[in-house]
Every structure is written in structure tokens, then in C-alpha cells.
Design a protein around this ligand. Structure first.
Ligand code: UD1
Ligand code: UDP
Length: 361
């Protein structure tokens, strides 16, 4: 039996191909939602739009400090694992849900002498910046997992370099490609989000920001927003900004006034795919948005000092600009001039099936 643990927006989206594969194959599995994300637009909208079955368990942990959240998830996960006794626990990515799920499973003996096996989907990503909570989470998950599903060869090399045995690693591609391919066609049958927002294809810039190190730091956040306003003034294009709840909270607490932005609530995946695929350029600190824009052949500027998705930069789809206004403006200018002729480095859209095949054997 498989236990699929998820808790945040990107985990729901990137686990969806695996859940669909389990459904298609009529496998014995259950979904444990930790409740790390809980607002309708960060959580339920994705189950509805992607046609996923409701989670079998929801721990409802909500927002807390890192230690409190990790502890609460571990306690809840252990309880469910002891009750359900799965053979393998699947986690995806680098959130606190992944860290806590991995730790709880790795110490949970449900039968015999071995703890429950952990399968880490999207293994081997590294920003080489341990001040990021996500880097800590992914390193721990990789080193405790029995199955490491690396999206690319480069991710596999990171794991080998850290001493992880090759026979635990499977290069499968990233399940985000499956999710984009499966949902892009569907998204085109939906209401026209671009038109409804008064926008024209390639006539706007898409912005997302939510990294703790960017948005919780007032000086840095003001610098980033000022840089983006300058790009709006130079290009005349609106900055469409679906605002993550963390960012909404910080903008309110710093009492910031934004110029040139069209701020909206976070949207569902089908609407976001429309916004992404029609944007002139994306400016973001999101991991998933770096991947999706690369897949959709939309240029991207990453507002961070590092990326754990270097493949996007190598193929020419992305520039890691840092967070200074001048360098964000320069990178935006450069990316808007580039031809969009790169290849997608994240696989063929069959990662979910491959992962389930390996685990079923
Ligand atoms: C988390 C992950 C991050 C991931 C992101 C995806 C960690 C350490 N961080 O960051 O890696 O990229 O999810 O979006 O696991 N909030 C709501 N409603 C919600 C969820 C959050 O209002 O449904 C607000 C709360 O004020 C909360 C804040 O957002 O304090 C931050 O939420 P949290 O889950 O702690 O971190 P994220 O920034 O969402
Ligand atoms: N996303 C969405 N609606 C939005 C913003 C993002 O559906 O308003 C999706 C996006 O398509 C991607 C994922 O959310 O698949 C990225 O999540 P996020 O940026 O929160 O986290 P990260 O990928 O950085 O961990």
C-alpha cells in the first residue's frame, strides 16, 4: 500500500499525475493531507480543478513556526502510518510537509525490523544555499529516502556526489511536465482568464513572489517591487500579480503601496496555466513557475540569488537575477529579446507512470 503525503499548493499539483496513475491502475493507496496549506485558493481549488479524490486524512496543522509545524505534522503522520501500515510513503519536493513526513516514516516500524520506506519525488535538487528552509528539507529527505526520483541527470549527479547509492536513484523527469501537458488543453476550454482580466496575450508581465527570504524582509521586498514598477514603466505592460497569502500578509504589515501592479487572489492551476502561457515574461521566485515557463516557452527572470533548477538557465529559458532592482530590470530586458527556441529539460510527461512502475515492482 502507498501513502501519498502532501500539504501545499505545489505538492498537490505535482502529486496529481501520481494520484491519477494510482487510480488508473486501481492500486491500493491513500492520500494524507497535512493541512500546511488550507485556504480554498491554496488547497481545495486544486482538488476540484484537477479532479482528484478528496484526501483520506487531513491533519489540519495550519500555519506555525517551522519547528511547531514540523512537529505537529510528524505526530499526525506517525499516528496514521501506525494505523494504516503502508509499504511506502511518497513525498514530493522540499516543504516542511516533506521533512516531517520523511522523518516520521523513517522511524516508524509498522511491521518487522525495517521502518517504512520513503520515496522522494523530485529528489536531488540543490540551491547550495542552506539559509533556505527548503534546502534543509530536501537534503534530509534525500538522505533518508529508499527511492529517489530525480527529475534530471543533473539532480542524479548531486545525489551521487553526496554518497547516495546509484541503485536507489531513478531519473524519471519531473511530474510537473505531466501536470502541464494533462491540464493545458483542459485550461483552454475554460473561461478566458486573460480576457476576463482585461489583458491581451503577450501584453502583460506575470509576477509571483512568496519566498520567506524575499517577502519577509522589508528592505528587500521594497527593492524588488520598485524594480518591477520600473519594468512596468519602461514596457508599459501591467504586472499581473496573483498574491500568495504570505506575501499579502507582509505587504499589509509593511504598509506598502504598489504601482503598476494588477493584484489578484491566487488562482487555480487551469487559470494560472492560461496566465503563464500568454505572458510576455514571468518574474518569480517560485520553483514551479521556473519549470512551467520553461516547458511553455515563456521567458523567465528568477528573483533570487540561486536556483535549484539550473537546467532552465542552461537551456536559455531563465536568468537568475538576484534581488537588486537594477539587475532585475537588466535581466527582464535581456530575456524579452531572446528567441524562445529552447528544449524542455524536464522530461516527456510520463514521470508519474514511471514512478508508479518502479514502486509497484
Ligand atoms: C510553503 C513552503 C515553500 C513552498 C510554498 C508553496 C516550507 C518551509 N515552505 O511556503 O517551500 O514554496 O509553501 O506555496 O514548507 N497562509 C495562508 N493560507 C494558506 C497557507 C498559508 O493564509 O493556505 C499564510 C499564513 O499566514 C502563513 C503564511 O501564508 O503563515 C506562510 O505559509 P507557510 O506554509 O508557512 O509557508 P509558505 O510561504 O506558504
Ligand atoms: N500556481 C497556481 N496559482 C497561482 C500561482 C501559482 O496554480 O496563483 C501554481 C503554479 O502553476 C505552480 C505552483 O503553483 O505549479 C507553484 O507554487 P508556489 O510558487 O507556491 O511554490 P514553489 O513551486 O515555489 O514551491
Amino acid at each position: 500500500m502507498f501513502a501519498i503525503i502532501l500539504g501545499t499548493r505545489p505538492e498537490i499539483i505535482k502529486m496529481s499525475p501520481i494520484i491519477r496513475s494510482c487510480e488508473r491502475e486501481s492500486l491500493d493507496y491513500f492520500v494524507l493531507h497535512t493541512g500546511q496549506h488550507y485556504s480554498y485558493e491554496m488547497d481545495r481549488v486544486f482538488f476540484e480543478e484537477l479532479g482528484l479524490p478528496a484526501p483520506d486524512f487531513n491533519l489540519d496543522v495550519g500555519s506555525k513556526s517551522h519547528a511547531e509545524q514540523t512537529g505537529a505534522i510528524m505526530t499526525g503522520v506517525e499516528r496514521v502510518l501506525l494505523d494504516k501500515k503502508p509499504d511506502v510513503v511518497l513525498v514530493q519536493g522540499d516543504t516542511n510537509t516533506v521533512l516531517a513526513g520523511t522523518l516520521a516514516a523513517s522511524k516508524c516500524y509498522v511491521r518487522g525490523k525495517s521502518p517504512v520506506d520513503v520515496a522522494h519525488v523530485e529528489a536531488g535538487l540543490r540551491s547550495f544555499d542552506r539559509t533556505m528552509p527548503e534546502e534543509v528539507n530536501r537534503i534530509v529527505a534525500d538522505h533518508l529516502s529508499r527511492y529517489l526520483f530525480a527529475p534530471t541527470e543533473q539532480a542524479r549527479e548531486h545525489l551521487i556526489h553526496e554518497g547516495i547509492p546509484d541503485d536507489k536513484i531513478h531519473v524519471t523527469g519531473n511530474t510537473i511536465v505531466d501536470a502541464v501537458f494533462e491540464n493545458l488543453v483542459l485550461s483552454k476550454t475554460r473561461a478566458d482568464t486573460v480576457k476576463d482580466l482585461g489583458l491581451t496575450p503577450e501584453g502583460y508581465l506575470l509576477v509571483t513572489l512568496h519566498r520567506q527570504e524575499n517577502v519577509d524582509n522589508k528592505k528587500r521586498l521594497i527593492g524588488i517591487l520598485n524594480g518591477l514598477t520600473c519594468i512596468h514603466e519602461e514596457t508599459g505592460m501591467p504586472l499581473v500579480f496573483p498574491v500568495h497569502p504570505r506575501t499579502e500578509k507582509m505587504i499589509a504589515s509593511f504598509q506598502l503601496n504598489l504601482k503598476g501592479f494588477q493584484m489578484i487572489k491566487p488562482v487555480g492551476f487551469l487559470e494560472f496555466l492560461q496566465l503563464e502561457s500568454n505572458a510576455r515574461l514571468a518574474l518569480t521566485d517560485s520553483g514551479g513557475v521556473q519549470e512551467e515557463t520553461c516547458i511553455l516557452k515563456v521567458p523567465c527572470v528568477t528573483i533570487r540569488d540561486s536556483t535549484e533548477r539550473p537546467e532552465t538557465v542552461t537551456v536559455g529559458a531563465n536568468i537568475v537575477a538576484g534581488f537588486n532592482p537594477g539587475s532585475i530590470i537588466k535581466a527582464a530586458d535581456e530575456m524579452m529579446r531572446k528567441p524562445r527556441s529552447w528544449e524542455n529539460p524536464f522530461g516527456d510527461g510520463n514521470a508519474g507512470n514511471r514512478i508508479i512502475q518502479v514502486l509497484s515492482q
